[in-house]
Design a protein around this ligand. Structure first.
Ligand code: NAD
Ligand code: MG
Length: 395
């Protein structure tokens, strides 16, 4: 699907679905849709358990269907939306059913591999998929991108770094690209010693210095596993080799990422740290829309700084690179173990430094296999979660 054929064949309003509509990405997406009501027809909204926000969004946006993955909430949701004419579902299958409804554009905004099957449904419908849910690309990148090609879907990265790269990557001349450089803020503990990190609390870890995000990704930023996941995400999104992906620490989060070319040029995409920018880019693609976000004032910022990342302080970076090199199911194992360990830390069952130790142990224990189907990836995901849970109990 190229830009021209898509732009000319599609009729307005664009039909859209938002998976994970009650989360940080989801709410930002909904706010953009509300600003441009006449441009979009909302097909489906989904969430896990937040009945209140989902109902408010549904009454304002009038989707065809809403679904919660928690089955026990069906009655409550049904009652809240009675008389609205909106179809209601609850349970994992209901979320997939909502994701299967035909829509031109789908926001994959569920967190974790819980988003894999719904995202895959949108891909198999041939939709434009705005991909925020990086975990599903980390776990099942080969299979997902194969389906994107087979079903004529289009993956547009929402992650700010990848969205920035997408905007400056010369897809017509990929051989001219020398490397891509992912920027990383370094998270809230960039300057912490090991001793200080040992004592950090969930409250400290979820406070990102520049971005306001969901809890899981905020902890991932603090361990820098987020940048590890993004390294693997970049490998699947762009026509590059593993060795062509670099990371640089940039605490201000203004330069969202860069592409280096063989003639010595380096192209970067800059903006204020506001996820509405990449979300709106994907929503309007291949055009652009006006978004009411703060404009970048470089003179006011004055100084942008860059430094090399430290793999000793942040072993997640090395681990993710190893998983990418190992290939097969290793990234899926790493991701699943990380989801369990992050939740364990948020629930105060383990300390901050235990998160990556548990991921490391799970990755070492798991045999390096290849997965040929999504069902096999789902099995690996469950088995790795079980192993990580065991390590967590014994740690
Ligand atoms: P969040 O926790 O704020 O929201 C997650 C959404 O997914 C919610 O709507 C929740 O109800 C839904 N959800 C959670 N578990 C579910 C389940 N088991 N089944 C169905 N739905 C479920 O998370 P977020 O910060 O919005 O992040 C969403 C995704 O986007 C993540 O993969 C994250 O890495 C990625 N991302 C987020 C940001 C950001 O700024 N928040 C930036 C880049 C990438
Ligand atoms: Mg990012």
């Amino acid at each position: 699907m190229n830009k021209r054929s898509l732009g000319s064949k599609e009729r307005r309003p664009r039909s859209v679905s938002v998976l994970g509509s009650t989360g940080s990405i989801g709410c930002n997406t909904v706010s953009i849709l509300e600003n441009q009501r006449d441009q979009y027809q909302v097909i489906a909204l989904t969430a896990r358990s937040n009945v209140k926000v989902l109902v408010e969004q549904a009454l304002r946006l009038k989707p065809r269907m809403v679904a919660l993955s928690e089955e026990r909430l069906y009655k409550e949701l049904k009652q809240e939306l009675s008389g609205s004419g909106i179809q209601v579902g609850a349970g994992v299958d209901a979320v997939i059913e909502a994701a299967q409804l035909s829509a031109d554009w789908v926001m994959a905004g569920i967190v974790g591999t819980a988003g894999l099957l719904p995202t895959l449904s949108a891909v198999r419908n041939g939709a434009i998929v705005a991909l925020a849910n990086k975990e599903c690309l980390v776990s099942a990148g080969d299979l997902l991108t194969k389906d994107v090609a087979e079903f004529g879907a289009k993956l547009l990265p929402v992650d700010s770094e990848h969205n920035g790269i997408f905007q400056v990557f010369d897809f017509d001349h990929p051989a001219a690209v020398e490397k891509i450089v992912l920027t990383a803020s370094g998270g809230p503990f960039r300057c912490f010693t090991k001793d200080e990190m040992m004592r950090v609390t969930p409250e400290q870890a979820v406070l990102h210095p520049n971005w306001n995000m969901g809890q899981k990704i905020s902890v991932d930023c603090a361990t820098m596993m987020n940048k590890g996941l993004e390294t693997i995400e970049a490998f699947h999104l762009f026509p590059i080799e593993k060795r062509q992906i670099e990371i640089v620490i940039h605490p201000q989060s203004v330069v969202h990422s860069m592409v280096s070319y063989c003639d010595g040029s380096m192209l970067a995409q800059l903006g204020t740290p506001d996820m509405r920018i990449p979300i709106a880019f994907t929503l309007a693609w291949p055009e652009r829309v006006s978004v009411p976000v703060a404009r970048l004032d470089l003179a006011e910022i004055g100084k942008l700084t860059f430094e090399s990342p430290c793999e000793v302080s942040f072993p997640a970076l090395r681990l993710a690179r190893e998983a990418l090199e190992l290939g097969g199911v290793a990234p899926a194992v790493m991701n699943a173990a990380n989801e369990i360990a992050v939740q364990g830390f948020l629930d105060r069952r383990i300390g901050f430094l235990d998160i990556i130790k548990i991921v490391d142990r799970t990755l070492c224990k798991y045999p390096t296999l290849r997965a040929k189907t999504i069902e096999e990836i789902c099995e690996v995901d469950s088995e790795s979660r079980r192993l990580a849970e065991e390590f967590m109990v014994s740690s």
